[in-house]
Ligand binder design. Structure first.
Ligand code: PMP
Length: 430
């Protein structure tokens, strides 16, 4: 099984058999509140008929079309609908779309586009990619190279020449901050300047960060950090990539984190919420500047030698179109902003419970950090996770950080249920 301690799981498996709205049903028939939107992806909640019907219709109309020298209208329709809500709006010009099948593929695709772009504008020495410590960018070789998960990086060979910014997580200065982004840490963006001095700008193609790092524990960008990173990248001809696999499609209360933070990158990676988690899909948004540079080579050359059998799969596109309809009609891309004050209060109500050392919220995301047991890092949060599941709540843990991200259709009462089940579990774990 992926990302699972297989031997431990075999001894005590947890199986989900059905899902509807805000709830899963376990295989032993218990209702489980979805505190994680599946895996940060089921933003419109489970079992949406409209998506099911669109998928059924598409399967019986055009089930597949080859991606090699052929296209189909559904992919163009979907690309155009995505372009209409592209990160940063009209002014950002991030409205060129390349389809993939996952977040990992989106990341590898964006890194390749960045390197291909540099080459197209005569900067072929720029092949180095910069990531950030504690970043998570999926499990392709590009993604683990720029990512900062040591367990992944220590085992496999990586792309040559990559380097990392330091992460911005600093509970000593920012713990329990409420009402917005952490005050301290914008200066950490100067790491990019340091890496430019170390390696030479002429070797660096791109820098990639999650505007908010989700999988490694809900790490928020300090005030001014992303702006600073943008400014340094532009000054040195380095493309800025935002990995919005988690933050895309309404998680923070705006369509994209790019909109939420008001900082515009050159490429944006997405997946997950793009089809409400139903059919695997991802997309990379590229700026017109990047797109146009790739289109300037000799006629009849292949501009970007890259793609997947299932790029822009018609069934995934149909699911995506239905998903965007739901997001628009139900106002889900901005609903997290309306719920954020209630969410923040509910999460901070856990502050005085045993072992809680930090609480961070943004949009409809929370990270609740527990003090680790000296002998077993991650064991405390894992106990809370198992206990919550047994009591009817699905949470996610990473090390000793609990990460929460309910579907964006969540009601205030369900937020309160989630907080109270979690509070009880935290008390029991102590
Ligand atoms: N980038 C980010 C920021 C992610 O959070 C994830 C998955 N959690 C990925 C990439 C990888 O996506 P996938 O698992 O779909 O390959």
């Amino acid at each position: 099984m992926p990302f699972t301690a297989n031997r431990q799981f075999k001894a005590a498996p947890r199986l989900l058999a059905a899902a509807e709205g805000m709830y899963y049903t376990s295989d032993d028939g218990r209702r489980v509140l979805d505190g994680t939107a599946g895996l940060w992806c089921v933003n419109a909640g489970h079992g949406r008929r409209r998506i099911t019907e669109a998928v059924e219709r598409q399967l019986s109309t055009l089930d597949f079309a080859p991606t090699f020298q052929m296209g189909h209208p559904v992919a163009f329709d979907f690309a155009q609908r995505l372009a209409a809500i592209a990160p940063g709006g009209e002014a950002a010009g991030l409205d060129r779309v390349f389809f993939t099948n996952s977040g990992s593929e989106s990341v590898d695709t964006a890194l390749k586009i960045a390197i291909a772009y540099q080459r197209a504008i005569g900067q072929g020495t720029r092949t180095r990619v910069i990531g950030r410590e504690r970043g998570y960018h999926g499990v392709g070789f590009g993604g683990i190279t720029v990512g900062g998960l040591v367990n992944n990086r220590r085992v496999f060979p990586l792309l040559p020449g990559a380097d990392h910014l330091r992460h911005t997580h600093d509970p000593a200065r920012n713990a329990f901050a409420k009402g917005g982004l952490p005050e301290h840490g914008a200066e950490l963006a100067d790491d990019l300047e340091r890496l430019v001095a170390l390696h030479g700008a002429e070797t660096i193609a791109a820098v990639i960060v999650e505007p908010m790092a989700g999988s490694t524990g809900v790490l928020l960008p300090p005030k001014g950090y992303l702006e600073k990173l943008r400014e340094i990248a532009v000054r040195h001809g380095i493309l800025l990539i935002f990995d919005e696999v988690i933050t895309g499609f309404g998680r923070l209360g705006a369509s994209f984190a790019t909109d939420y933070f008001g900082v515009t990158p050159d490429l944006v990676t997405t997946a997950k919420g793009i089809t409400n988690g139903t059919i695997p899909m991802g997309a990379v948004f590229a700026s017109r500047k990047v797109h146009d540079a790739l289109m300037t080579g000799p006629e009849a050359a292949i501009e970007l030698f890259h793609g997947y059998t299932y790029s822009g799969h018609p069934v995934a596109c149909a699911a995506g179109l239905a998903t965007l309809d739901i997001y628009a009609e139900e106002g889900l891309l901005t609903r997290a902003a309306e719920l954020a004050p209630h969410w923040e209060e509910a999460m901070h109500s856990l502050r005085d419970l045993p072992n809680v050392v930090d609480i961070r919220t943004i949009g409809l995301v929370a990270g609740i950090e527990l003090a680790s047991r000296k002998d077993a890092i991650g064991a405390r949060a894992y106990d809370v996770f198992v206990d919550c599941f047994n009591k009817g709540l699905l949470i996610r843990v990473t090390g000793d950080i609990i990460a929460l991200s309910p579907p964006l259709i969540v009601e205030k009462g369900q937020i309160d249920d989630l907080a109270s089940t979690l509070a009880d579990a935290l008390k029991r774990a102590a």
